[in-house]
Every structure is written in structure tokens, then in C-alpha cells.
Design a protein around this ligand. Structure first.
Ligand SMILES: Cc1ncc(COP(=O)(O)O)c(C=O)c1O
Length: 350
């Protein structure tokens, strides 16, 4: 966990948006029906929203070597960026993590270390490797830069869907939910932010109910990106103070949501269908956006873009280069080599 003690703010999310422009896609918003819209992060580079936080952290911190704990998607994002930036990458994965995602990470040139325990053991091992090797630890969600990067999904939703009333957010470690909570404060009118957790991994709902972070036993929900066992120190205070609701959904409900998305031409992975499962369970008045956060299958993962989507409500922006706006969080000049490398990955088909 990396924290300044103050926590990221809306300003950090805006800074992240500048820093990662050109490295990530501004994904489209798709109309699932007249009321429910999909923020299509399954079409993001690397197949999930995770590249936003990873890029923000890896561009802001100089590193020759990076280590991360991941269920797969964060690892894919870090490995892609590492390959493009010439950074050695080690990804630690928990027992039961997707073999397909592990293969993708290795194919991108990163090392994979598998541990026998759950997410808590995984993250402990990643931190140990960082301490022993001097590698920079890039957490999958419990990190100010990662939360700020994830929050750029929320900023885009607010821009793309004027009048949005509710945003449903899949919740694992809480980085995406915390980032969307920060982004939501950019609007003067109230936007409801609803976190959706697998029923067997309701760490935020349980912790909010008890008023303190609670660690749960490992979960084997089919939503493999949402098996985190406890709230992260960085996301926790943000979520606790801002989130409007936290919903639990069963694996059956997630499977049903996957089918709804598939029939609409949206190829989500189970974690990516969780927000829709929540929206279907809770319903919502007005315009709801569900974040389809990833599309890398739990087996035989792929980083390819999926099939043609349903009619796009708004097309993806062309994403003009923001090379000149690449800045370090502390305001220091981005190093020349880092800037050149960033330019290189902008041109590469990530
Ligand atoms: C597809 C997908 N959605 C959602 C999440 C949860 O994100 P967070 O840990 O920021 O809550 C993950 C985490 O790996 C993921 O892979």
C-alpha cells in the first residue's frame, strides 16, 4: 500500500487522466436498453480497466523492476506496460487464479509466482519480493496512484452520459469503486455510486456495517477479479464516506448477467458482469451506467478486442496525444527516456 496519509482526491484523478491519455482508450458507452448503459472497459487495452491505474502508477514512479499481486487483469496490464517500457515485471498470483491469465502474463514476458494461499498471502508475498529485490510494488488497487487512475473511468462516464443518475461498480479490492467515488464529486448534482460485490466476498459491505475494515476468508467466486479479502487502506476511507449502496450478488446472478451481456454482443468475463448483476437485482430510476470492467475469460484469457458491440451511444474519442501533459504526481518533469517510452507504447497495439 502506498499512501501519503491524505489520500487521493478528484484533482489526482484529473491528473491521472492527463498522464495516461494516449496510453489507454476512452472506451465507448453502449446502450444495453433504453435505461441501462454499459461503460465498455472490456474493450480497453489489455482487456480491462486495470491498465488505467497501472499506467498512472508506472509512469509516475521510476522503476527498472516492478512487482504486483494480481488475479490476472492487473498483471496483464502491468506486464504489457513493462514490455513496452523495458521494465522487468514479476506478478504474484493466488491459488485458483486463472491459468489462462497467467499464460497471457508470461507471454508478455513477465515472471509469474504462484502462492498456495488467497489474496492476502499473495499480496504479502509480492511485498516481500519487492522488499528483497528493490522492485517497485504496484498494488492492484490499494495505492493512491492506482485509485486515481481507475477513477478516470468515472470521469469519462460523467462526460459521456450527461444526466447519469446511478453508476454500478464491480468491487474487489475497491480501487475502481474508490476512484469512481472521487470522480463523482466532479458533478454538482448527486450521482449515486453503488458498489457490487460477490455474495461470498462482501468485504466492503461487512466492513461498512461494522464501521471498521474486516478481513474475510478466501472466496472462490467465479468473479475471479473480486476475491480480495479485505478493504484496502487507500480505498476504504473514500468508499466508507461516499458510497451510496453496496449490493451482494450470487454466482448464479453473475452467470445470468453474463448471458444478458452475451446476447447483447458484449463479451464480458464474470467480474465484468458483476455490476450488471447488481443493477438487475436492485433496479434504478433514471439513467444507470454499469461498468463492464473486463473481458478476459477466466480460462484461455485473451487480450484481444471482442466482437462488434451493440449500437454505440457515443463513439470512443480519438484520444489526441497528451504527451506534453505527461507529468509526475509531484510536479517533477517526466524523464526524457520515460517520455520516449510512453510515446512508443502509444504507437504500439497494446
Ligand atoms: C475485470 C475486473 N473487474 C473488477 C475488478 C475489481 O477491481 P478493484 O480491485 O479495483 O475493486 C477486477 C480486479 O482485478 C477485475 O479484474
Amino acid at each position: 500500500m502506498r499512501t501519503t496519509g491524505v489520500g487521493p482526491t478528484l484533482a489526482d484523478v484529473r491528473l491521472a487522466a492527463d498522464r495516461i491519455t494516449g496510453l489507454v482508450d476512452r472506451t465507448p458507452v453502449l446502450a444495453l436498453d433504453s435505461r441501462v448503459l454499459v461503460k465498455a472497459e472490456h474493450r480497453q487495452r489489455g482487456g480491462s480497466f486495470k491498465i488505467r491505474g497501472a499506467a498512472n502508477a508506472m509512469l509516475a514512479r521510476y522503476a527498472d523492476e516492478v512487482v504486483a499481486g494480481s488475479s490476472g487483469n492487473h498483471g496483464i496490464a502491468v506486464a504489457m506496460l513493462g514490455a513496452a517500457l523495458g521494465i522487468r515485471v514479476t506478478i504474484v498470483m493466488a491459488a485458483g487464479a486463472s491459468d489462462g491469465k497467467a499464460r497471457t502474463i508470461r507471454a508478455l514476458g513477465a515472471s509469474v509466482v504462484q502462492v498456495t494461499g488467497g489474496v492476502v498471502e499473495r499480496d504479502r508475498r509480492a511485498a516481500d519480493i519487492a522488499a528483497a529485490t528493490g522492485a517497485v510494488f504496484v498494488p492492484s488497487s490499494d495505492d493512491e496512484l492506482v485509485v486515481a487512475g481507475a477513477g478516470t473511468v468515472g470521469l469519462e462516464v460523467l462526460e459521456q452520459v450527461p444526466g447519469v443518475t446511478t453508476i454500478f461498480v464491480p468491487t474487489g479490492g475497491g480501487g475502481l469503486l474508490a476512484g469512481v467515488c472521487l470522480a463523482a464529486s466532479a458533478l454538482s448534482q448527486r450521482v449515486r455510486v453503488v458498489g457490487v460485490e460477490p455474495m461470498s466476498a462482501r468485504r466492503y459491505a461487512v466492513s461498512v456495517a461494522q464501521g471498521a475494515p474486516i478481513e474475510l476468508p478466501p472466496s472462490m467466486t467465479i468473479a475471479d477479479g473480486l476475491r480480495g479479502q479485505r478493504p484496502g487502506a487507500v480505498p476504504w476511507p473514500i468508499i466508507r464516506h461516499r458510497v451510496d449502496d453496496l449490493i451482494g450478488v450470487t454466482d448464479e446472478a453473475i452467470t445470468h448477467a453474463l448471458g444478458v451481456l452475451r446476447r447483447a454482443g458484449v463479451s464480458a468475463e464474470p467480474s465484468g458482469a458483476v455490476a450488471l448483476a447488481g443493477a438487475l437485482r436492485r433496479g434504478s430510476a433514471g439513467r444507470a451506467v454499469v461498468i463492464v470492467s473486463g473481458g478476459n475469460g477466466t480460462a484461455g484469457s485473451s487480450t484481444k478486442k471482442t466482437e462488434e458491440p451493440p449500437a454505440e451511444l457515443l463513439p470512443a474519442s480519438t484520444g489526441e496525444s497528451a504527451c506534453s501533459s505527461l507529468r509526475c504526481l509531484d510536479g517533477a518533469e517526466e524523464s526524457r527516456s520515460r517520455r520516449i517510452a510512453a510515446d512508443a507504447i502509444r504507437g504500439a497495439a497494446l
